[in-house]
Ligand binder design. Structure first.
Ligand code: AMP
Length: 282
């Protein structure tokens, strides 16, 4: 695997490959890699000549400084996993390389309503930071295909919007990949590494609650089901940010069960200090 830390070196290497008509797949990550990330790499390898992974813990998308400070790092294991997965290229920039002019956001990405809902509401500024880092990475790499996980459902919608805003939606195909789970249903996440034994045992309750919501579809009102879902999580000791049933395209709260609208259930809840998110298409 080739490893570059410099944006210009990465860009030049990819440009040379592009001239040879090579197809580029890109998987951006924040490291502490797990099988969920590797599934994105494998999907990319199936449809591209080169798969580029990036590891960069982006400070500008953390609204909570403690969450940033405690974000897991496991670079040696990451390198090993990427080698084993047959990843061609790792871009591993530091913060100066990513933001040579400093961390201040110069762009105000007009994401619209998406920024005020769910993750946008509970993590102010988060999606501006996501747009800033993804925009910069796409300028460096300009892939043919961009692979992201449904695990971060709202982020998928934001990145789709970003591609339109920066005029790359006709050049880059957005590929949304399914959420990989542990055998007990817990969505794989780098933040799971922060859970102690007791918290880890409790963590699958989030997915169980999503399945509960799905099982109640059409039986009671969405308002009632959301309330019950929240109560279930609170009874297990979670501090709940939201249990939502929303339109799968706009993320606006669903005003009831409807056969013609695609809906998604989304949960964000604190397992002591660790905030976990998950979702399920209904
Ligand atoms: P992260 O390192 O958490 O920023 O994630 C990097 C990419 O991997 C994002 O597109 C995530 O949505 C995706 N991802 C994270 N967890 C999973 C998972 N359990 N299954 C599939 N994709 C995932």
């Amino acid at each position: 695997m080739i490893l570059y830390k410099k944006a210009a070196d990465t860009h030049n290497w990819i440009e040379k490959e592009r001239l040879k008509k090579k197809k580029i797949g890109f998987v951006p990550t924040m490291g502490a890699l797990h099988e969920g990330h590797i599934s994105l790499i494998e999907t990319s390898k199936g449809s591209n000549d080169h798969t580029i992974c990036s590891i960069f813990i982006n400070p500008t998308q953390f609204n909570d400084p403690k969450d940033f400070a405690k974000y897991p790092v496991s670079l040696e294991k990451d390198l090993q996993l990427l080698e084993e997965a047959g990843c061609d290229f790792l871009f591993l920039p530091d913060v100066n390389e990513m933001y040579p002019d400093g961390l201040a956001q110069t762009n105000n990405y007009k994401i619209g309503r998406l920024e005020t809902l769910l993750e946008g509401k509970f993590r102010p500024g988060h999606f501006q930071g996501v747009c800033q880092v993804v925009h910069r990475l796409l300028e460096i790499i300009l892939p043919n295909n961009l692979y992201i996980g449904q695990k971060d459902y709202q982020q998928c919608l934001v990145i789709k919007k970003l591609l339109q805003l920066i005029g790359l939606d006709d050049k880059i195909e957005l590929r949304i990949c399914p959420t990989l789970r542990e055998p007990d249903g817990l969505a794989m996440s780098s933040r799971n590494l922060r859970l102690n034994d007791e918290e880890r045992k409790r963590a699958p309750a989030i997915y169980e609650t999503l399945l509960f919501i799905q099982s109640q579809k059409g039986k009671k009102t969405t308002v009632e089901i959301k309330k019950q879902a929240k109560a279930k999580l609170e009874a297990r000791g979670f501090r709940v940010d939201y249990t939502e049933i929303a339109d799968a395209i706009t993320l606006e709260t669903a005003d009831g069960w409807s056969e013609n609208k695609k809906l998604v259930a989304l949960i964000a809840a604190f397992n002591n200090e660790v905030r976990l998110i998950d979702n399920l298409l209904l």
